[in-house]
Design a protein around this ligand. Structure first.
Ligand code: HEM
Length: 501
């Protein structure tokens, strides 16, 4: 018996039919999948007026509880927004399905601020991967020990500066935070608080961190708004960009660039060889180190100082640990850090209590995805609500209390609560500077606690006077300016610091 003859046309028709059926199935499947839950929006503008400009992480946290979901859906002017309120959801989507979630939304506001060619804001593209490669390799865990002598020297300068002029501790800290990344990135030595880069970075950091949640301002959600006059009501974020653009561009156009990249570039030029990076790439990556690395380190240390001032018992316990491990005859070194377990718990608790980027820096998914039977539509802005993750009462007891003891393992009679996750982001856009930053923060914490007492400011009664600290909750999460007292723990401690540099 012969085989039935199937004409090529019939084959083509069946294939076309199959494609149509699959497309319909996919379309219906997409349509039938519900969006994650969330509060009702308004006609046309969606949740534009529902999401608060200030302290949106807390609003998302509360909605998560109200709708019993760690994944929430919003839309503003038809732009879908997904908020992930748990570590599990972030790991499942941003880590495990990283390829789909490695894009960023377009940050129109930050483009206006002059950040266009900076890795943090680059969309998923060969250019972004190239920048990632440039910035990842020098800051890998195995390579950051090369910066330790610089970090030590700058830490000693910092503490000496504070001892010389305690009321200027914040300025000293700003100089320090810029000095580390400026030296790492540009080879520039910033040895005084009067250096022009201190002012410049201050202005740039302020402009960026006060502009609102990245990707979440009116200009980001509706780019044509950028052409409207910025005095119109509601365009505060745009005004910020206009007022502060030059501060960021001046920094980016400074003549000192990442030395070896520039050297390679010039050498290729001279030999007529093609260059892997353009000058704009070099300029952008150098600017990324300064801006992504200085304000973040500074704010983490300000939170640490605030927490030490407010939690005197914790401070004394950490000082006792340092004294027992190191003695009183020398300053802490990097080799000591591993033995300072309680100090490490303090660092982790500082990260937990005040995640600087409480919603992370948003990612964007390249195609539709399904998660727990819900649709994550292509092109969504994905916020990681680190603030909510760190305040989950099912994970952290009394989550609003600063309590480093929470990490003491159960085997040692403690509660064994998990170390906070998410301060440095997730997936393929995770912070490349995290190991450098952790080393900087740890050595400063150890040196300050070994040599200084941090206390409440002295009030009219002549006694340390407690007050309720304030927090800024627009964009970055950080303490409002505050006074504190910092005094050498002893003449010997002062002597050690003064002789160290
Ligand atoms: C305590 C200090 C720091 C904190 C809390 C921090 C936090 C973050 C966060 C949350 C992100 C976004 C990650 C994501 O999208 O998933 C990020 C990205 C980034 N960070 Fe950091 N960072 C710190 C220090 C640094 C330092 C010292 C550098 C410089 C070496 C740096 C360079 C960058 C860069 C270039 C990106 C963009 C990565 C990308 O978009 O692919 N950061 N950081």
């Amino acid at each position: 018996m012969g085989f039935p003859i199937i004409s090529p046309y019939a084959t083509l028709l069946s294939a076309a039919g199959l494609v149509i059926v699959l497309a319909i199935f996919k379309f219906r499947n997409r349509r039938t999948l519900p969006y994650p839950p969330g509060p009702p929006g308004e006609f046309l503008i969606g949740h534009l007026r529902v999401i608060p400009f200030e302290d949106s992480p807390t609003a998302y946290l509360n909605w998560g509880r109200e709708y019993s979901s760690d994944v929430l859906y919003f839309n503003t002017l038809r732009q879908p927004i997904i908020v992930l309120n748990s570590v599990k959801a972030c790991v499942d989507l941003l880590d495990k399905r990283g390829a789909n979630y490695a894009d960023r939304p377009r940050f129109v506001l930050l483009e206006l601020l002059g950040w266009g060619m900076t890795l943090t804001w680059l969309r998923w593209s060969p250019k972004m991967q190239q920048h990632r490669k440039m910035l990842q390799s020098p800051f890998m865990k195995s390579k950051v020990s090369q910066y330790q002598s610089l970090q030590m020297k700058e830490t000693h300068r910092l503490v000496k500066g504070i001892m010389k002029s305690p009321p200027d501790w914040e300025l000293e800290l700003r100089r320090f935070s810029i000095a580390v990344v400026a030296n790492v990135g540009y080879g520039v030595d910033i040895n005084t608080v009067d250096h022009q880069w201190v002012d410049l970075s201050d202005a740039a950091g302020y402009a960026t961190s006060h502009a609102g949640a990245p990707g979440g301002t009116i200009v980001d959600r509706f780019p044509p708004v950028r052409y409207l006059p910025d005095w119109l009501p509601g365009l505060r974020a745009l005004k910020y960009a206009h007022d502060n653009k030059s501060a960021i561009e001046e920094g980016a156009t400074n003549s000192s660039f990442i030395h070896n990249l520039l050297e390679k570039y010039i050498s290729n030029e001279k030999q007529g060889l093609p260059n892997e990076f353009t000058l704009a790439d070099i300029k952008g990556s150098a600017a990324a180190i300064i801006i992504a690395g200085s304000d973040t380190t500074m704010t983490t240390l300000v939170v640490f100082i605030l927490m030490m001032m407010c939690n005197q018992k914790v401070q004394k316990k950490a000082q006792a640990e340092i004294d027992a491990a190191i003695g009183l005859d020398r300053l802490p070194e990097f080799e000591d850090l591993e033995g300072l377990t309680y100090l490490n718990y303090i660092r982790l608790e500082v990260l937990r209590i005040a995640p600087l980027s409480p919603l992370g820096i948003p990612h964007r998914n390249l195609k539709d995805d399904e998660y727990k039977g819900m649709l994550i539509p292509k092109g969504s802005i994905i916020y990681q609500n680190v603030f909510a993750m760190h305040r989950d009462p099912d994970v952290y007891s009394n989550p609003y209390d600063f309590d480093p003891d929470r990490y003491i393992p159960k085997s040692e009679g403690g509660r064994g609560e998990p170390f906070p996750v998410g301060n440095f982001g997730f997936g393929r856009r995770v912070c490349p500077g995290q190991y450098l930053a952790n080393n900087t923060v740890s050595i400063v914490m150890a040196t300050m606690l070994s040599t200084l007492n941090i206390d409440w400011p002295v009030g009219p009664s002549g006694m340390p006077t407690p007050f309720e600290p304030g927090w800024s909750k627009i964009g970055q999460y950080h303490p409002l300016e505050f006074q504190c007292t910092m005094e050498p723990r002893s003449e010997k401690a002062k002597d050690l610091v003064y002789k160290s540099i």
